[in-house]
Design a protein around this ligand. Structure first.
Ligand code: 5GP
Length: 189
């Protein structure tokens, strides 16, 4: 998606460790007009997939997910990073290693909000190693629901997660796909 690529080139900052900072339009200050265009593109890509629910993970996936939910006309559920080890029976849970924080979170979603028969589009801001997406997929499968695919804002292709998941049969659509990046250059696929 050219609009997003242009914005990354203009406002993105490459940090050490393969991290892209897009705090000025997606991860801290947010640009709803850009996000609405991204949501429309996700709707176009998954128009015929029978999506009835969107799932994301807190916190940075929520904004784009809610815009997508508006476009699809469906509810948006966000998986929570649980603060307690005392997990109730009423949740599905999975361990997910955070790429940016380097720690393992227990991620939970209420059984009330993900149901057998749901056709779920997973939405997130970034795809790097694929850990978040693999975790969210596992939550959906615990519920007996179906992942129709993933809609990602920025995929860092060089970190391998997207292609790993595609090889496993998951449909993954990313609006900007970064082939490589360093302090001086950033190249899209
Ligand atoms: P993965 O689990 O695929 O390794 O990483 C995806 C998650 O880590 C996303 O939910 C996102 O919040 C975070 N993340 C991964 N890479 C980046 C990055 O370059 N910049 C930012 N801001 N977040 C990232």
């Amino acid at each position: 998606m050219k609009l997003l690529e242009q914005r990354i080139l203009t406002n993105g900052k490459v940090l050490p460790g393969g991290v892209l900072k897009i705090d000025s339009f997606l991860n801290h200050q947010m640009d709803p007009m850009l996000m609405m265009e991204m949501a429309k593109e996700l709707k176009r890509l998954y128009a015929d997939a029978g999506v009835n629910k969107i799932l994301t993970i807190e916190a940075s996936g929520i904004a784009i997910a809610i815009m997508a939910g508006y476009e699809f006309g469906c509810p948006v559920v966000f998986a929570k990073k649980s603060k307690t080890k005392n997990i109730s029976d009423n949740v599905y849970s999975v361990e997910v290693e955070s790429f940016t924080h380097g720690k393992v979170n227990t991620v939970v979603v209420s059984k009330e909000f993900v149901n057998p028969g749901d056709r779920i589009l997973i939405v997130d801001d970034f795809l790097a190693t694929g850990a978040a997406l693999i975790g969210l997929k596992a939550l959906v499968e615990q519920a007996g629901a179906t992942v129709v695919g993933a809609g990602i804002a920025v995929e860092k292709v060089f970190q391998g997660g997207g292609n790993l998941l595609r090889e496993q049969g998951m449909r993954v659509e990313s609006l900007a796909m970064i082939a490589s990046m360093d302090d001086n250059s950033l190249t899209f696929c």
